[in-house]
Design a binder for this molecule. Sequence first.
Ligand code: PMP
Length: 405
Amino acid sequence: MSFDVAAIRAQFPLLQRDVDGKPLAYLDNAATTQKPQAVIDALIDFYTQCNANVHRGAHHLSDEATRRYEKARDTVAQFINAKHREEVIWTSGTTESINLVANGVGQLFKVGDEIIVTELEHHANLVTWQQACKRSGATLKICPIFDSGELDIDAFYALLNEKTRLVALPHVSNALGTINPIVEISKKAKQKGAWILVDGAQGIAHGNVDVQAIGCDFYAFSGHKLFGPTGVGVLWGRKEILETFPVWQTGGEMIADVDYQDATWGALPNRLEAGTPNIAGVIGLGAAVKWLSKLDIEAMQAHEQDLLDYATKCAEGLEGMRIVGTAPNKIGVMSFQLDNAHPADIGFILDKQGVAIRTGDNCAQPLMKRLGLPGTARASFSIYNTRNDIDQLFEALKKAKKMLA
Ligand code: PMP
């Protein structure tokens, strides 16, 4: 199987549009990815052919909706190599997945316990643990990075000890693109008896996530960064740990038996999925994963690497441009600064040229402070991007440079 980018692009209707008469170069994939026709079709088909509530109706449509909904769980479980399908818990996204873990294991934290996160965190995987520590009296430890954005692994080992209850870190940094050594870190964390949570919001779209091979306890991700709909995500967790989680939200679907004064809880996964779920979203996410699974993952990764290498080379040729985040192991993200230019101004001028990027703190304010930056401009790549998109980016950057000089 070879990787035919033109054929892939053709499946994304939104990429065919222009912006103010300019072809769109969509380079904001770390914020959210575009959706292939297969996902859009799955959503339309659900709403036009089988819209009904799941797990409860005594009729054909409800049965069919339930079948499609639960099939999506199988698809996702297989995609990440979960040992049990009920280890896949539907959430609204990475943020909710992390909060669910904080509700689950965070309630066991106590004074003297230590939680390790890294300087790379997205706010979702930092503030949640700050709050869990404040509630419990546990101490939050921050593993440093080098200026390149690479994790200081020796510093991590120095922080890790018998008091560590949880290590929570990103698979891939949304701000800098650093890929963290999550297999090695999971192994060391487990040796100390700590739980390990991987924030997979950025890691999941780049393929080859095998939760058993990683060796973590929890892996959290969002559907919308994986070519799926917004408002749906996954918490994967080891069954034996999820089973110990106290109930999270209460209501329909998550119960076994209810009396006026008390209730008992159902089994996983329902126990952690109260209320009517995002049925269409789940089915759309299943379609996205099915679609992605048909691609040649190695060829896809090679393509993404080529885009990053090409963009990095172009950046080296543009005077006054500085890449932020130069870890040797990185993917998908080029954060940068231009001399004398505020990131917001860069974003504005690029937008006028049809180039969509993100600017600002990238939801990682402490990281920006650590790097001594007000923020960055961030171009982030996906499998449907081409070198043409990057050429368009650099043409626009040259204009921005002139205008802001
Ligand atoms: N963690 C990381 C690394 C992210 O990139 C994001 C999204 N930018 C999140 C967490 C939060 O994801 P969501 O907003 O989809 O819940």
